[in-house]
Design a protein around this ligand. Structure first.
Ligand code: ASP
Length: 325
């Protein structure tokens, strides 16, 4: 055997052994591309707990890498060592980044190994506690009366709250001042403090604040009303006359491109066990989220779904005429 072939053979054996041992007690890091304490962080921390056992009981740490509507954290994972020890948990931003954020140093479609969709999460339209409106009609009248003076928080260009806010402004024909944060955890803190007026955010973040009456909730962004006891009385924005308004956020798990198939299989198998974990399901359902059970929990289904979401959102975003550099 010549020297090069021998080296290649040794490398294959090494990768094979590595895949067989994975994760071998070594810690796994899940990058969350938004601030700690927010909705994506909540999903990641609950998921990490559910993944621990099927991945052999080692530690799974959360690495918050916020900024640029999730593209900074996603870029960190795209260029990480493809060994299965660095993963990304991101939301719908994976399908809005290609249209909303220019010059990202990775390709969503080809820069990652897709490991499966985790859940679907509705959003709620919420306002500062000082808001006097008692229902959406009154809020809508307040919006009309305050045109040009309304501050709308978001988690950066390309984030879920940004997308929802864009659609809301288009649907209500009202321009609002966007106030970007590194995630909706700091945005909701400012909303509670009255520094911003409105926020569109996942129920995984807003439910505890709605329950504690720290914010006012006016509507949900899904096509149908929710069944969660806390949120079931909120109207949909469609019911309130915003024709066709529908945003549902989903989360997916990714590894860097080139992660060996034996490792991605182990990760996907562990994910499927975690998605059936009764504790995980209970926590997620309590926050209005629906844990995925369909074909999207398989890598192929996940990849196809993201491609379809990119195709769905890109013309809507282009029509809204918003980009970031
Ligand atoms: N909810 C945020 C968003 O608007 C993300 C976060 O803070 O987790 O995209």
């Amino acid at each position: 055997m010549n020297k090069l072939l021998a080296i290649a053979a040794l490398a294959t054996v090494a990768v094979g052994a590595q895949a067989q041992d994975f994760p071998g007690g070594k810690p796994i890091s899940i990058v969350v591309p938004f601030a700690a304490g927010g909705p994506t962080d909540r999903v990641a921390r609950d998921l990490a707990e559910a993944l621990r056992k099927p991945l052999g009981g080692g530690s799974i740490v959360i690495d918050n890498v916020p900024g640029a509507g999730s593209s900074i954290g996603a870029a960190k994972v795209a260029r990480a060592n493809p060994d299965g020890y660095t993963l990304l948990l991101n939301h719908i931003g994976m399908s809005t980044i290609p249209t909303l954020v220019r010059n990202v140093p990775f390709k969503v479609e080809t820069g990652f190994e897709y490991l499966g969709i985790v859940n679907d999460v509705p959003m709620t339209l919420i306002a500062k506690p000082q808001m006097a409106a008692t229902n959406y009609k009154e809020l809508s009248a307040w919006i009309t009366a305050n045109k040009g003076k309304i501050n709308l928080g978001n988690a950066g260009v390309g984030s879920a709250s940004h997308l929802c806010g864009l659609l809301f402004q288009t649907a209500t024909k009202t321009e609002m001042t966007p106030v970007p944060y590194k995630g909706t955890a700091p945005a909701i803190t400012d909303l509670i403090g009255g520094q911003i007026d409105l926020l569109c955010d996942q129920t995984t973040n807003t439910s505890p604040q709605i329950e504690a009456k720290k914010v006012k909730a006016y509507a949900v962004t899904t096509a149908k009303r929710l069944t969660t006891p806390l949120l079931k009385d909120l109207p949909t924005l469609q019911e309130e006359g915003l024709k066709g308004f529908e945003v549902t956020i989903w989360h997916g798990l990714y590894a860097p491109k080139g992660t060996p198939p034996a490792i991605t299989k182990k990760l996907n198998d562990a994910l499927k066990v975690a998605l059936k974990d009764p504790e995980f399901i209970k926590k997620q359902e309590g926050l209005g989220a629906v844990v995925a059970t369909d074909g999207r929990i398989e890598p192929e289904g996940h990849k196809k779904f993201v491609a379809a979401e990119i195709a769905k959102w890109s013309p809507i975003i282009k029509a809204a005429g918003v980009y970031a550099d």
